[in-house]
Design a binder for this molecule. Structure first.
Ligand SMILES: NC(=O)C1=CN([C@@H]2O[C@H](COP(=O)(O)OP(=O)(O)OC[C@H]3O[C@@H](n4cnc5c(N)ncnc54)[C@H](OP(=O)(O)O)[C@@H]3O)[C@@H](O)[C@H]2O)C=CC1
Ligand SMILES: O=C(O)[C@@H]1CCC=N1
Length: 264
């Protein structure tokens, strides 16, 4: 059985995507979550089992996904450590929580750090995995299957995890902010919110699909930019206002915060 400790937003995103996917629908999931209303909601919506006891989840499940905030991780690890025998696999999705920290708290060597993202809800997630060197490929296949069911999976050395957290973990929020700004601009020009939303979302999906074919973003930008035209006028403003620097600074702030969370 797969156990989630913490039944918040990200756990729900993975459960929802996993449950909607063919093979995931049949897997038993137990969610440990302190809030009763939240437990009821998860049970009713996703037909998962729930408990208020992290220790129950730790003892009953072979794969345990730690989905609490980094600030709650120490308390949770102290609470369940004696139940995590060497046969159990523990996956942390918490920003900033390192494998060596998990190693210092738990007996099992089957430790995986994963940074997923919310598009997992619609099986378009991007998850990056890092694992202890001692972990065999056979052992990780079960965990990889969970995250493959909700999107793409990449394995990278842990040293990249804070950058990954900033780009694909937090990324959906950054892209949503850009979309909000595009919609607000459209509305100011008289478009209805619904029309603006449809224009922006379809443009985003179309752009993503085009980039998926392998077209470099620079090439796409050039294709759209007719000399002396509208795009050139817009891009000039982005450049004058330092758009790329703002994005760079924001991604850096997110990465640095991930680093700070590892020191809590
Ligand atoms: N949201 C996202 O897009 C992403 C999040 N993550 C990571 O996932 C983790 C969870 O984030 P997110 O889902 O956004 O946060 P949430 O606050 O939505 O979820 C955390 C859940 O854990 C519960 N909780 C708190 N303390 C305990 C405890 N001691 N034992 C069991 N459960 C507890 C919380 O309950 P209560 O609300 O009552 O405190 C809450 O329901 C974080 O570590 C984050 O870094 C990773 C990638 C993306
Ligand atoms: O905001 C956060 O800390 C988490 C990690 C990545 C996305 N959400």
């Amino acid at each position: 059985m797969i156990g989630f400790i913490g039944g918040g937003n990200m756990a729900e995103a993975i459960i929802k995507g996993f449950k909607s996917q063919g093979s995931g629908a049949k897997k038993d999931i137990l969610v440990s979550e302190p809030r009763e209303d939240r437990r009821k909601y998860l049970e009713k919506t996703y037909y998962v089992r729930t408990t208020s006891s992290n220790r129950e989840a730790a003892s009953l499940c072979n794969i345990i996904i730690l989905a609490v905030k980094p600030q709650n991780m120490a308390a949770v690890l102290n609470e369940i450590a004696d139940l995590i025998t060497e046969d159990k696999t523990v996956v942390s999705i918490a920003a900033g929580i390192t494998l060596s920290y998990l190693q210092s708290k738990l007996k099992t060597k089957k430790l995986i750090r994963v940074m997923p993202n919310t598009p997992a809800i619609v099986q378009e997630g991007m998850s990056v995995m890092s694992l202890c060197e001692c972990f065999s490929d056979k052992d990780i296949s079960l965990v990889r299957d969970i995250f493959m069911a909700v999107g793409k999976v990449l394995t990278l050395p842990e040293k990249y995890m804070d950058a990954v957290t900033a780009i694909s973990g937090s990324g959906p929020a950054f892209i949503a902010l850009f979309i909000e700004a595009m919609i607000a601009a459209g509305e100011k020009m008289g478009l209805s919110r619904n029309n603006a939303l449809e224009l922006v979302i379809q443009t985003l999906i179309g752009t993503a699909r085009l980039l998926e074919t392998g077209m470099p973003p620079e090439r796409l930008r050039e294709m759209v930019t007719s000399p002396g035209g509208t795009t050139a006028a817009g891009l000039k403003t982005f450049e004058e206002k330092g758009f790329k620097n703002i994005v760079y600074d924001a991604i850096y702030a997110a990465k640095n915060r991930a680093g700070d969370l590892s020191k809590l």
